[in-house]
Design a protein around this ligand. Sequence first.
Ligand SMILES: Cc1cc2nc3c(=O)[nH]c(=O)nc-3n(C[C@H](O)[C@H](O)[C@H](O)COP(=O)(O)O)c2cc1C
Length: 363
Amino acid sequence: MTELFRPLTLRGTTIPNRVWMSPMCTYSAESDGLGVGQPNDFHLTHYGARAAGGVGLVMIEATGVVAEGRISAFDLGLWTNEQVPAHQRLARAIAEAGAVPGIQLAHAGRKASTERPWLGGKPVAAADGGWPTLAPSAVPFPGSPAPSAMTRADISAVVTAWADAARRALEAGYEVVEVHAAHGYLLHSFLSPLSNTRTDEYGGTLENRSRIVLEVLDAVRSVWPAGKPVFLRISTTDWVAEDAEDGRDSWTLADATALAGWAREHGADLIDASSGGLVPARIPNTADYQTTNAALLKAGSGAVVAAVGRITDPMHANELLVAESADAIFLGRALLRDASWANNAATALGAQGRYMPQYAYAV
Ligand SMILES: Cc1cc2nc3c(=O)[nH]c(=O)nc-3n(C[C@H](O)[C@H](O)[C@H](O)COP(=O)(O)O)c2cc1C
């Protein structure tokens, strides 16, 4: 059987193949009024088309666990019960098209409160509807206002918000929850010594900087059924050289590998291995810039790992699995270009695609 189209069972959930839709913000929710943070007709069409196109799992974009944790005012959210029914409709549409519905739960930390990227992505000032940001330390993301350093009470509130959002995600019918700890957002900014200068038990050593991530995993696991998987998306590196000019350490593959091991003990079933996003950095311009780290992370931690980044070719995707460099593939931009990438890949590889009955008899 072609590896890319071999099912993967994690806990009690069987994902029908290993081509998955990577979480991608669409910044398309209502920004105020009753529909704030709720999936609408756009989201239904967008995600429904990729599900019908044959992916095994659709990971809904970064969804705010609190309103101030959104990247923009147009992000999805699950911070109130009122947001659940619209998510129910979306999760059901994905499942009806044969894909497993998953959702990424996120807090943007010091990178919150920005304009939509196609309008420039700049920070939005309070006078224009923006909001103050929170982070482990008052260290700004370059070009953004300084965040407030979180108090212990802020930290425990955010951990609880993650559990509450996971409970709502379950009610909505999602089968997988992914904790977003990558790309410089709140949890990643705790992990990296470049953004975390705390001197309490949430800063300093690798164990201390990792603490909030493990607390979030515990909190999510406390409400998420034992039969359903939890994923953790991390950056495997900040792409900042060890000898950065200010002499401060950054987040490295070795750190990420240690975290992956601890995350398994705290109930994470899969590590989604991304990279970067903490600070502007020079990222290698190669096809394997990120998948190599995924393979090293997998070998070093023994975790189940999904690779992502610049994967566009079905043969290449399949080879990564055959070589045991990864257990599954997340596709981002390739799926924006071609909603039926998975079914087309199945044809190219001589494997069985997954057409809905409305199409199967005709194609
Ligand atoms: C438009 C867009 C939005 C994205 N939004 C998210 C997001 O919500 N959460 C996340 O973890 N990554 C996000 N990403 C990163 C993708 O999930 C993916 O990791 C990245 O695009 C690399 O994969 P690719 O080369 O297949 O596109 C986004 C990427 C794009 C292009």
